[in-house]
Design a protein around this ligand. Structure first.
Ligand code: NAD
Length: 382
């Protein structure tokens, strides 16, 4: 079905996840580029990919490749996305899109100028029950939204000995937990409700002002299972988490709590959306069920059974009810939306995948959140 050939940049946690999602859709992956020859070759071999690229320039020069997936650390996103667009390739970039809004604005402009398709991987939009939640809002089943609350919490950076490039502002950006996972939540709830955050009031925190950096890099989430021999202390100035009050355009209120130091919560995104007619609660650690709250009848739990879902959600379900779908499936479904858009060729159609404009919006939000934390008060978005 899909004619586009793609290449993967980055071979850590995300590179293989993207490769797997693409292959499940039958999309041809020409090859992969890691940080050096050794990483590229090992990744190509493990994933059974035909080519281990030797350099970024080699990927750009590969005429057989029409799209690239950027899965490198955040500081490289801008440069690589810009170069790929200039080389005439569609881009699916991991989040956050860039290190600041100056960079992300440039990317939005460049993508529009080239007419190429440019997406940012807010894949969590593609849990079918969150698409169902969006559909319920659109059908008026939730009514006017009064409040949007929730959290995104993990435990992989709980100890001062837990370390990853993300903890350094120069590698990941000035905000860490908020940008890394908080923006997933913010993107998701705005997509579901159709509401836009108008103002924020943030209180961020750092649990470990000093962390022990292993001599040698640690892949995301691998700190617990790899054997670390020697370490050195590093000062940390990025957030381990924080609380953010939210005001949406139109008057709805909200709050988000983010943490990467909550023991036992491995990767737990929760939202509760309450409206005039009903409420909805969903938890990413139980993604195949959504709770529907009612005032005048018994509450319900809707299971991800294609036979029970709207057409909109069913379009992003691959398995029957009871055959659970999870995190890996969200990548496949996000890429399906991205590559279907390329295949359809109607650039005027509203994209179902998260665009560079959505990525830029999240960076503006991050900057407002940081400003709010620094000044200790509300900040209205520009
Ligand atoms: P990681 O450290 O596990 O992997 C990064 C990879 O990039 C490594 O293989 C590294 O060697 C490689 N790399 C570094 N410099 C390079 C260069 N110049 N050229 C080619 N490769 C290079 O990190 P990760 O967790 O995979 O995160 C990568 C990106 O994905 C980040 O932007 C992160 O925010 C995002 N991410 C998204 C999700 C999601 O659910 N959407 C989850 C995790 C990470």
């Amino acid at each position: 079905m899909f004619q586009t050939t793609t290449a993967i940049i980055g071979a850590g946690f995300m590179g293989p996840v993207h490769t797997e999602g693409l292959r499940r859709l039958g999309i041809n992956v020409a090859g992969i580029l890691g940080v050096d020859d050794k990483e590229s070759t090992k990744a190509a071999k493990t994933l059974g990919l035909p080519r281990a690229y030797k350099s970024f320039a080699e990927v750009m020069a590969d005429k057989s490749v029409q799209a690239v997936h950027i899965t490198t650390p955040n500081r490289l996103h801008f440069e690589m996305a810009q170069a790929a667009l200039k080389a005439g390739k569609h881009v699916l970039c991991e989040k956050p899109l860039a290190m600041n809004s100056k960079e992300s604005a440039k990317l939005v402009e460049l993508a529009a100028k080239t007419g190429l398709i440019a997406g940012v991987n807010y894949n969590l939009r593609f849990y079918p029950l969150s698409i169902e939640a969006k559909n319920r809002v659109e059908k008026g089943l939730v009514g006017s939204v009064y409040s949007v609350t929730g959290s995104y919490v993990q435990d992989w950076l709980l100890y001062p000995t837990d370390y990853n490039w993300r903890v350094l502002a120069e590698e990941g950006g000035k905000l860490r937990a908020i940008a890394d996972i908080g923006t997933h939540w913010l993107d998701l709830v705005q997509t579901i409700t159709g509401l836009e955050v108008e103002a924020v009031c943030a209180d961020l925190y750092i649990v470990h002002p000093v962390r022990q950096r292993p001599k040698g890099e640690v892949e995301t989430f691998k700190g617990k299972v790899s054997k670390i021999k020697a370490t050195e202390p590093v000062e940390i100035n990025t957030d381990d988490g924080g609380s953010i009050m939210l005001r949406f355009k139109g008057g709805a209120k909200g709050s988000l709590f983010v943490s990467q130091t909550t023991a036992g919560r491995k990767n737990c995104l929760r939202y509760e959306i309450a409206g005039a007619e009903s409420a909805m609660y969903w938890n990413s650690e139980d993604p195949n069920n959504i709770w529907l709250g009612h005032r005048n009848k018994a509450n319900e739990v809707l299971h991800r059974d294609p036979g029970l879902l709207s057409d909109a959600a069913r379009a992003f379900v691959s398995y029957p009810g009871g055959h659970n779908e999870g995190y890996g499936d969200t990548f496949k479904q996000c890429f399906k939306a991205f590559y279907s858009y390329i295949a359809d060729g109607d650039m005027k159609a509203k994209p179902q995948f998260p665009t560079f404009a959505d990525g830029h919006k999240e960076i503006l939000l991050c900057e407002a959140i940081l400003k709010s934390h620094q000044k200790g008060g509300w900040v209205t978005l520009k």
